[in-house]
Design a protein around this ligand. Structure first.
Ligand code: ADP
Length: 192
């Protein structure tokens, strides 16, 4: 199963991806986690990304594609993947398309988690206290949501036009949302 999870920051992509990974037995690839690991390691790439991430801006498409190609060169992605945090703009969506074509892999679905903005802001404020992420300050959160609206929302339309989008209500308990995602994926498979 080859899936992309879409949704605003704080919509629950990471949490659900961790569960889907167990369910589908495919790796969870979070570009945010990959970048945070580079920052923590103090690598040249991490040094470049650090300030950009703290502001809530997008790290360059070039860096992201390099990281993604590197990750996809590992054997565990052959059977599938759950991509979380990528693509975040139309250029990245096109790059992913091209990469999968190059690798001869067929894409299954993009799942969009829809959560009300008020709830997202409350969730991220809670997470800021719990995890202390530098980009969970009120200012950076506002900026990440604006970047999402401007750059990432069009990616949803891209997958809708391709007939690959499943829209899932991301509100409710973790179990409820998980069950909805699994159902949406199965439905997609029965239809497609
Ligand atoms: P969230 O979804 O809560 O914003 P992520 O962990 O997905 O958290 O991303 C954190 C930050 O990492 C983003 O604000 C951005 O700076 C950077 N980032 C992650 N994925 C990408 C991407 N595909 N393109 C550009 N920047 C990215």
């Amino acid at each position: 199963m080859r899936l992309v999870l879409l949704g605003a920051p704080g919509s629950g992509k990471g949490t659900q991806a961790a569960r889907l990974k167990e369910h589908l037995q495919v790796p969870h690839i979070s570009t945010g986690d990959l970048l945070r690991a580079e920052v923590a390691a103090g690598s040249p790439l991490g040094l470049k990304a650090k300030e950009v991430m703290a502001r809530g801006d997008l790290v360059s498409d070039e860096i992201l594609l390099g990281m993604l190609k590197d990750r996809f060169s590992r054997d565990d992605t052959r059977a599938g993947f759950i991509l979380d945090g990528y693509p975040r703009n139309l250029a990245q969506a096109a790059a992913l398309d091209a990469l999968l074509t190059e690798l001869g892999q067929k894409f299954d679905a993009a799942v969009q988690l829809v959560v009300d903005y008020e709830k997202i802001i409350a969730r991220l404020a809670g997470r800021a206290q719990a995890e202390g992420r530098t980009d969970d300050t009120p200012e950076a959160v506002r900026h990440r949501l604006a970047v999402y609206e401007e750059k990432t929302a069009p990616v949803v339309d891209f997958y809708r036009q391709q007939g690959e989008l499943a829209v899932v209500n991301g509100e409710g308990t973790l179990d409820e949302v998980f069950a909805r995602i699994v159902e949406a994926i199965q439905r997609g498979h029965e239809v497609g």
